[in-house]
Every structure is written in structure tokens, then in C-alpha cells.
Design a protein around this ligand. Structure first.
Ligand SMILES: C[S@@+](CC[C@H](N)C(=O)[O-])C[C@H]1O[C@@H](n2cnc3c(N)ncnc32)[C@H](O)[C@@H]1O
Length: 210
């Protein structure tokens, strides 16, 4: 897997990744991590976890990966083609304010993004997806329709969707990601928070989508 450490990239071997995994209590995977602010926040707040921030755009990761805590890893990868090493590892997954191909993948039933996400989860893993109206409008959807589509796609991939909650400006201000702050003070401060849990048979579901 290709990882980012400041301006430098390196290849993390399976053996080195296994050492990280063995040293932690649980893995949290933040897909589309952007500048990594949320991943660093989680790693500092939960030193016993391994927090993996993953993004397709390496430039986003340069600044915060430079002085990341030892329990945070930043991986450069496309969510539609997740590294095989991540399979069956994550107890928690977040996708905060997806846009572009990440959002398109979540909106498309049985896409490689949905299949990869399901494959990365341990049975019972919790996934939280935060959506914002502007990104969905750019994808030609309303916030509500996009959230409904995503809920159906997650259910089809082997997740139980537990909750869907509206986010207003005050709620967005409290979320420790860079994009949440930007949205909270922007023109359209509204979003939806979906929470789901991976069913025990999730791997059968994700195998179907490959
Ligand atoms: C709006 S930003 C949100 C960043 C961060 N989660 C936050 O809340 O501040 C969306 C991020 O998704 C990433 N992204 C888009 N498509 C992706 C893909 N297919 N795979 C991985 N990351 C992707 C972008 O590079 C960008 O950093």
C-alpha cells in the first residue's frame, strides 16, 4: 500500500501493516479523508486505535501526514479500488462529505466503491456517512433523494441502516472535519448523517458485487 508521510511517499509492506494491526485494539478507516484533520483528531483521542485516513489525492495529505501520531496512517488509494490488505479489517468506517467519484460510487448500487467499503468492514462494523446538499446538487440529486439512494445501496451491500439524521449549521460546526467547518459557514449549511452496521453475512454480499 502506498502511504504518505509529509511530501514523501512510501510503500507499506503486508508485514509492516500487520505490525500496526497487531498493536491496535481496533481499526477506524476514514475514506475520502481530505486533509486528514478528522483522522488525526480520532487518532489523538483514541491512542489504542489505528486510524487510517485514505484519499485519492496525495496533495491533500501532505501537510497533516507530516507530523501524524504513530497510530495514524495515511494511504493514497482510490475508494473504487481499495488495497487488498484492508479487507476485513475495519471496525469503524467514516465517509465525511464525499464528492466526485467517491460520491458517485456511493450513489450507484453494487459499485466498486460500495463493494470495497463492504469488503473492508468486519461483521458488525459501524459506518457513518455525512452528506451535504451542495455535493449532491452537483451530482444532479437532492440531498434527500441522494440519502435515500445511498441507504438502499448500503442495505443491498449487507448493511443495516440504523439512523438518518439531518444536520444544520450548528451540528456541522461541531463536526471536527475541515469540510464540515467550511459548510457550516457557507451558503447551504445542511446535510444528512447516515449510520449503518455491517451484517454478519456482509462478505457474501460484497463477493456478489465483485
Ligand atoms: C469534500 S472533500 C471531504 C474531505 C474530508 N472528509 C472532510 O470532511 O474535510 C472529499 C474528499 O473525497 C476525496 N475523494 C473523491 N473521490 C475519491 C475516491 N474515488 N477515492 C478516494 N477519495 C476520493 C477527495 O480527494 C476529497 O479529499
Amino acid at each position: 500500500m502506498e502511504i504518505m508521510q509529509g511530501k514523501r511517499t512510501a510503500i507499506l509492506s503486508a508485514a509492516a501493516f500487520a505490525q500496526h494491526v497487531n498493536a491496535c485494539e481496533a481499526i477506524h478507516l476514514d475514506i475520502g479523508t481530505g486533509d486528514g484533520r478528522y483522522a488525526i483528531h480520532l487518532a489523538q483521542a483514541n491512542p489504542q486505535w489505528l486510524v487510517i485516513g485514505l484519499d485519492a489525492c496525495r496533495e491533500n495529505l501532505i501537510s497533516r501526514s507530516r507530523n501524524a501520531p504513530a497510530n495514524a496512517l495515511f494511504i493514497i488509494a482510490n475508494a473504487g479500488n481499495l488495497p487488498v490488505m484492508l479487507r476485513g479489517t475495519a471496525a469503524r468506517v467514516t465517509v465525511n462529505f464525499p464528492w466526485g467519484s467517491l460520491l458517485d460510487g456511493l450513489l450507484t448500487a453494487r459499485s466498486s466503491v460500495i463493494g470495497g467499503l463492504a469488503a473492508a468492514c468486519l461483521p458488525g462494523a459501524r459506518i457513518d456517512v455525512l452528506l451535504n446538499g451542495g455535493a449532491l446538487a452537483q451530482a444532479g440529486r437532492s440531498l434527500f433523494d441522494g440519502a435515500c439512494q445511498m441507504r438502499d445501496n448500503l442495505a443491498d451491500a449487507g448493511f443495516d441502516v440504523l439512523r438518518s439524521a439531518n444536520l444544520d449549521a450548528a451540528a456541522l460546526r461541531d463536526i471536527p472535519t475541515s469540510w464540515a467547518k467550511r459548510l457550516a459557514f457557507g451558503r447551504d449549511p445542511q446535510g444528512i448523517h447516515l449510520t449503518a452496521a455491517a451484517r454478519a453475512r456482509i462478505h457474501a454480499a460484497c463477493a456478489r458485487s465483485e
